[in-house]
Design a protein around this ligand. Structure first.
Ligand code: KIV
Ligand code: ZN
Length: 513
């Protein structure tokens, strides 16, 4: 059996289902290009039928990103399959990924279908998709809670109808490694035509077992793993790409399996996705967390100085983390700046590069050293966030506060191109600024979370503010950075308000996956 495990990245689809993680089309293109550099086999670019924004994202990724197969998700419904094809046509390597639930729990309580009806729909929709493309993937949603005999029957029928990849999702993260591995083995032994398809797995992390379950599956014959950068995704997330890839690479000696991933692009991909989605990576996260290669104990440091292999099972450079961080300063030129951006996963040219470079120069004048984190914050602020529906733009903000001064803010915003000014008060300077912005925009949103972080050390560091807003069914994250944290706070709030507008416009159907 082939020992290459295919990496199917669903950061742009399942990953985007993380609460508050919506990405706009430009951001998705940027992530997709980085995924291509990383060498993933398949990019699931979205769910074309779910919204015009997703349709456009799938269409653009299919047109603009070279290398991987580009895929759209589609429920087992004619309109979904047709829409997936509408977005994918023109792609050099298109795939339609259609799915239906197979567990009795889902069929009875959610879809109100009999087993026979679900099987018939699966066959009809795989056939419909095959009418458009050769490469069709079928997922038996909630497979891990499906009665195995029925699962075998559905898989056999889907392969008979033309599916070349059969995906076995642990949709609710309920599986345990050993039984999940046995399920994959059972499929290989009991589905007559399984030799005509590749087995894939898609594990959720509700019990923290997504990676372990995916590993058990590949050991038992699955050859595609569906995963996301930083493990983001619905609820507790999906199998983390960097973890499964580095397990296979590091323990190839024992497992005899590997992927085609260019592992040096892992860290840039992780930073890019966390920067764009605003979902931070926990410091102790394997492979890409801040502490993943930080050795604190004296004994460990002593060993490392003598020989790296004493306490390091992987080299940080192998995942794209450089030991000697290149620091830029005010004498760094445009070329050095652009090169560093590209190493960090941002291929920016033209007006975006001009703006980012101008801001970098201003920052370098204020700060002695400009670190990678500063550069990433600049790109987020100056390039990426501009592509949202910018209903609101910050023109000016002045805030007075202190031990004897009641906090007061004067803000000027551009609202749909018109300039509006207001003055407002609050408990503190941030509250005063937010009350004033709320007065101008008339927002009905509630602030769920506000947090501020220093991007690097020192009192001259940029502050990065993250906010989470909720309005009705929509929750969004907003971010802003500046050396003045009140300005950073205002930028984060306005970014979130713009994202809210974007979400309201792009309101997705309430599709439950
Ligand atoms: O979790 C799941 O079952 C899914 C399917 C649509 C593959 O995301
Ligand atoms: Zn999923």
């Amino acid at each position: 059996m082939d020992n290459r495990v295919r990496i199917f990245d669903t950061t742009l689809r399942d990953g985007e289902q993380s609460p508050g993680a919506s990405m706009n089309v430009e951001e998705k293109i940027m992530v997709a290009k980085q995924l291509a550099k990383l060498g993933v086999d398949v990019i699931e670019a979205g769910f074309a039928f779910s919204s015009p924004g997703d349709f456009e994202a799938v269409r653009r990724v299919a047109q603009e990103v070279e290398g991987p197969v580009v895929c759209s998700l589609a429920r087992a419904k004619p309109e979904d399959i047709d829409s997936a094809w509408g977005a994918l046509k023109g792609a050099p390597r298109p795939r339609i990924h259609t799915f239906i639930s197979t567990s009795d729990i889902h069929l009875k309580h959610q879809f109100r279908l009999t087993r026979k009806e679900a099987l018939k729909r699966a066959v009809e929709m795989v056939e419909r998709a095959r009418g458009y493309v050769e490469d069709v993937e079928f997922s038996a949603m909630d497979a891990s809670r499906t009665e195995p005999e029925y699962l075998y029957e559905v898989i056999e029928a889907a392969i008979g109808a033309g599916a070349s990849t059969i995906n076995i999702p642990d949709t609710v993260g309920y599986a345990l490694p050993q039984p999940f591995g046995e399920l994959i083995k059972g499929i290989r032994e009991n589905v007559g035509n399984i030799g005509k398809a590749m087995i894939s797995v898609h594990c959720h992390n509700d019990l923290g077992l997504a990676v372990a379950n995916s590993l058990a599956a590949v050991v038992n014959g699955a050859r595609q793993v569906e995963c996301t950068i930083n493990g983001i995704g619905e609820r507790a997330g999906n199998c983390s790409l960097e973890e499964i890839v580095m397990i296979l690479r590091t323990r190839k000696d024992l497992l005899g399996l590997d992927t085609s991933i260019n592992t040096e692009q892992i860290y840039p991909a992780s930073r890019l996705v966390s920067g764009i989605t605003g979902i931070m990576v926990q410091p102790n996260k394997a492979i890409v967390g801040d502490n993943a290669f930080a050795h604190e104990s004296g004994i460990h440091q002593d060993g490392l100085l003598k020989d790296k292999t004493t306490y390091e099972i992987m080299r940080p450079e192998s995942v794209g983390i450089s030991r000697s961080k290149l620091v830029l300063g005010k004498h760094s030129g445009r070329h050095a700046f652009k090169t560093r951006l590209s190493e960090l996963g941002y291929d920016i040219t033209g007006e975006g590069l001009d703006k980012a470079f101008e801001r970098f120069k201003k920052l370098a004048d204020k700060k002695k050293e400009v670190f990678d984190e500063d550069i990433e914050a600049i790109v987020q602020d100056e390039v990426l966030r501009l592509d949202l529906t910018e209903r609101y733009k910050l023109v000016k903000l002045n805030v007075r506060s202190g031990t004897d001064t009641p906090p007061t803010a004067e803000a000027v915003l551009e609202v749909d191109g018109k300039t509006v000014s207001e003055e407002g008060h609050g408990d503190g300077p941030v509250d005063a600024a937010y009350n004033t912005i709320a007065k101008i925009t008339g927002t009905k949103s509630t602030l769920l979370k506000y947090s501020v972080n220093a991007i690097t050390g020192g009192t001259d560091a940029q502050g990065e503010v993250s906010v989470r807003l909720k309005e009705g069914e929509h929750t969004v994250l907003g971010q802003g950075s500046h050396t003045d944290i009140i300005v950073a706070s205002a930028k984060a709030y306005i970014n979130a308000l713009n994202r809210l507008e974007y979400k309201k416009k792009e309101r997705k159907e309430n599709l439950i996956l």
